[in-house]
Structure formats: C-alpha cells, structure tokens
Design a protein around this ligand. Structure first.
Ligand code: ADP
Length: 398
C-alpha cells in the first residue's frame, strides 16, 4: 500500500510517499513560497538523489500538481502512475473538541475543519486547501485527517479549563487543546519499544523542543497535560513566541505601543520568545554561538528556556505521581547537547541523571541517562509523517 502524506502550511507544502508494506519512505519533498514570487519544489528520493524545480506555484493546487508530476517523472519519480497512491494522509493543526482520533475525510469533517478556522487562523485554512486540492487531483482516493490536538483530548477538565466564566468554554470553545500531539504520541510509543516495556505502563514526560516547543505528561498511554493551550502560543518560551506571560501584559503593551489586535498577535507570535529576549535570533545555534562570545542577553534567553522546561518537568512529575521516562525530541531536543545537559542538571531528586558521554548524540535514538538511574532519559527523533501514514493505512483498511 502506497500512502502520500501531506503537511500544508500557508505558503508551503511538505510531502512524503510511504510504501506501507515495509514502512519505507520512497520520496519526500517541500514546495516553498506558494503564492509568492520564486516558488520552487525540492524533491528527494530514498536513494538520496535530489532535485530542485523552480516553477511558479500560484496556489496549493498547482503545488500538488507539480508534486504528483514529479512523483511520476521518469527521472526523479518513484511511482509509475498516480493511481498507485492508495490513500492520502493530511496533517491538520486544530481538531477542536470533537476529534479525539484521526478520521476519514468527509463533507462533515471538512465543515468542522472550516468551523475551526477562527481557532487556528494560520494553519487550518492551509490544511483545508490541501485537502480540497487533493480531492480535485485524486478523485475517489480516500483521504484521512490527522489532528495535532487529537492525542490531548484525554486531558481531564481540571487540566483543560481556564479560570474564566464557564459559559465562555461553552460559547466559544475556549479551553486548552494542546498541540504537537502526533509527535508526543510517536516518541512516547517509541520509548516503550526501545525500553522493551508497554508504553501504557510508563509515566512519561515528552519534550518536543523545536521552534515551537511543547511538553506533555503521559500516563496509561494517555496525554494528561500539554504546555500549549487554546493556541500554540501558550507554554514555555519558544523561538519567537512568548509562551506564558501575565495576561495583563497584553493590554498594557497594546495601550503603551498603540497596537491593534492583529499587531499584538503578530508581536506575541513572531517577535517575542528567545528572539525578543536576546535581540539576536530564534535559533539556538545562533544563541549558543553568541553566548560563547560573551553575549549576556543570548545567555539570558537560553537560561530562561532551560528554567522554563525544568519547571514543567517538576510540575508534570507531580501530576504523573512519579516519572519513568523523559524524552527529548524535535530540532533542539534531538540536537541540543548543552540544552539537554542543562535541563537535566540538579534533577537527581527526581531520579534524573544523564551520562555526559552518552548525551553527546545528535539526531538519532539514544538512551542518555546513566545506567541504573530510576528515570530513563531518551533522545528520539520525531516522525509525525510515519504516524500520519500509519493512521491513514489503518483507517482506509476498515
Ligand atoms: P520547527 O519544526 O518547530 O520549525 P525544528 O524541530 O526543526 O522546528 O527545530 C528547529 C530548532 O532546532 C532551531 O531553531 C534550533 O534552535 C534547533 N536546532 C537544530 N539543530 C540544532 C543543533 N545542531 N544544535 C542546537 N540547536 C539546534
């Protein structure tokens, strides 16, 4: 069975083609700058051969047309014909309160994704565009939606409600949803496999530390908590997002700086985080380089991030009633040797102690805790695309 996995952003489209009989990636790529000048497609086949195609892509339909053409191209293709694609899996950012698992896409599902536009204005419209473009280009092929929020639907009401009048939850669906669910679930399951124990029997904290960062508490194979909230703006300080701040700061800044709702939204999402604090970059590689040259604010930004993650690990250990496994994933979690070391520093109280030699690993699976320590600390590269392909395979086989 061949499955195409699609992850649509507002001006980009990532894809992977899986042969699900062997869970093997046949090809993957990225269409960039859709609807903007100088758009292009970067395509790579499993043998490592790469190609960049410069072509105007006015919308997602044109981008998907080019993806399908490239996938069946005699030189760079991996399929004889697009009819080999048995199903398409889509990453959808926001599933709201009604989707607790992946679903086959129907008219009703699309309607619901559309109704959730106001909760995820940057992501859900792009996701739906990708779905509708696929329907046009591959009519009759089953499509599946895999939601970033679905895994967190097991959070109890005491975790997902905010301290605001209850009718706002009923009227506007204001509650914590949590994000990066596909990634948290994948690495938690994988941790169980690596450790040779059912993941449902482990108390797990998963740290997805990328440009966007979120942390989850997982017990009995269920998400109990996630640092992200109503939107992906809540939680730990991130690359460009503020994470948690006193809500009064929002109105205070709006008044002082004369910002509109749109401007403050843009500010909190794009100009804050470690970028705002350091004044240098949202990328930890730049911050670490600046820090090594004695830049105080770069150092401060890194310290704030580490402090924030440590706080959540402590809080989540109390919610879980102990801890068996701590997982690091995503760009920084997989590659940030110093960041992992500093997060785990002075955590012996919780049974967390890493082995500095074992921690010298980037981008591959490893157990980095010292032998014999109660908490196993793991680095696991995330694989959201594989999770989407697995769910798609399972749902279309029913
Ligand atoms: P997203 O998918 O949220 O855009 P990623 O998961 O790709 O983000 O993570 C990107 C971040 O990972 C970068 O901003 C950078 O801070 C961090 N990162 C990637 N590689 C390294 C590295 N070798 N050392 C330190 N940090 C890294």
């Amino acid at each position: 069975m061949k499955i195409l996995v699609i992850n649509c952003g507002s001006s980009s489209l990532k894809y992977q083609v899986f042969d699900m009989d062997r869970e093997e990636v046949l090809a993957k790529g990225l269409a960039e700058r859709i609807g903007i000048k100088d758009s292009r497609l970067k395509h790579e086949v499993s043998s490592g051969q790469k190609v960049v195609i410069e072509q105007d892509l006015n919308d997602h339909i044109e981008a998907i047309q080019l993806v399908l053409k490239t996938l069946t191209d005699s030189k760079h293709g991996v399929l004889k014909d697009i009819s080999e694609i048995n199903a398409v899996g889509h990453r959808v950012a926001h599933g709201g309160p009604n989707f607790s698992s992946s679903v086959v896409i129907t008219e009703d599902v699309k309607k619901e994704i559309r109704e959730l536009f106001e909760l995820a204005p940057l992501h859900n419209p792009a996701n739906l565009q990708g779905i509708e473009a696929m329907e046009k280009l591959l009519p009759g092929v089953k499509q599946v939606a895999v939601f970033d929020t679905a895994f967190h639907q097991t959070m109890p009401p005491c975790a997902y409600l905010y301290g605001i009048p209850y009718e706002y939850y009923e009227k506007y669906k204001i509650r914590k949803y949590g994000f990066h669910g596909t990634s948290h679930k994948y690495v938690a399951q994988r941790a169980g496999e690596i450790l040779g124990k059912p993941w449902e029997q482990l108390k797990i904290i998963t740290c997805h530390l990328g440009n966007g960062a979120s942390i989850s508490a997982i017990k009995d194979g269920k998400s109990l908590e996630n640092t992200m909230g109503f939107t992906p703006l809540e939680g730990v300080i991130m690359g460009t997002r503020s994470g948690n701040i006193d809500p009064s700061i929002v109105t205070f800044i709006m008044e002082k700086e004369g910002m509109s709702i749109e401007e403050i939204n843009n500010f909190l999402n794009k100009k804050c985080g470690v970028l705002g604090v350091s004044g240098i970059s949202s990328d930890f590689r730049d911050l670490e380089a600046a820090c090594a040259q004695g830049n105080r604010r770069a150092q401060l930004a890194i310290e704030m991030f580490i402090y924030d993650v440590k706080l959540r690990i402590g809080a989540y250990t109390s919610i879980l009633g102990g801890l068996d496994v701590l997982v690091f994933t995503a760009g920084l979690g997989e590659n940030g040797i110093e960041v992992r070391r500093d997060i785990c520093k002075d955590m012996e109280f919780f049974g967390i102690k890493i082995d500095e030699e074992k921690n010298k690993v980037r981008g591959k699976e490893a157990i980095i805790s010292r032998d014999g320590e109660p908490v196993k600390v793991l680095v696991i590269p995330t694989n959201e695309e594989l999770m989407i392909a697995r769910d798609t395979k399972e749902l279309v086989a029913r």
